[in-house]
Design a protein around this ligand. Structure first.
Ligand code: FES
Ligand code: FES
Length: 180
């Protein structure tokens, strides 16, 4: 019997070792999304948006311009609203990611989600992820904003349907609910 097959404690033949858990391949990127850890297959330079949508099947963040200009792809990175189309997954590190799917739940909507419904702020809905995620991050840090501050926080987001007035009303409603 070879030495390698004997237990150093009991001197008995060693039990067969359980199979080792699969190791992430070299260079694999780990992401924590909506509280769940993932090891993703995509290459480290892949934009976060593509991984969220194509690999993790999270379709809240949308592809609009792909250039960081419209905001449709916005997610939270460690609580900050960022445009996921321009961030490679290698730059995320251990910062937690929250997408629209993780902001609230069907049973317990985030106040911004609820306000968008109550104000009927959506028309086609394509842009709405960006507005909701940006507003939610902003209100978390500024619970009692003035109108001008809301406008500044949301500047740079684009709605091709032109529902800006209803969107602003929804964000104001959400800020009032959060203060109540
Ligand atoms: S798709 Fe990311 S900013 Fe337009
Ligand atoms: S609701 Fe259609 S693009 Fe904004």
């Amino acid at each position: 019997m070879s030495k390698g097959s004997t237990s150093p404690v009991s001197g008995q033949p060693a039990a067969t070792a359980p199979p080792a858990p699969p190791r992430p391949s070299p260079g694999a990127v780990r992401l924590t999304v909506n509280g769940t850890p993932h090891t993703v297959r995509s290459s480290p330079d892949t934009p976060l948006l593509y991984v969220l949508r194509d690999e993790l099947q999270l379709h809240g963040p949308r592809f609009g311009c792909g250039l960081g200009q419209c905001g449709a792809c916005t997610v939270h990175l460690a609580g900050n609203a960022v445009r996921s189309c321009t961030i490679p997954i290698s730059a995320v590190g251990d910062q937690p990611i929250t997408t629209l799917e993780g902001l609230g739940s069907p049973d317990r909507l985030h106040p911004v989600q609820q306000a968008f419904i109550e104000e009927q702020a959506m028309q086609c809905g394509y842009c709405i992820n960006g507005w909701i995620m940006t507003a939610a991050a902003f209100l978390a840090k500024n619970p009692n904003p003035r109108d001008a501050e809301i406008r500044t926080a949301l500047s740079g987001l684009i709605c091709r349907c032109g529902t800006h007035v209803r969107i602003l009303r929804a964000v104001k409603r959400a800020s009032a609910v959060r203060r109540a």
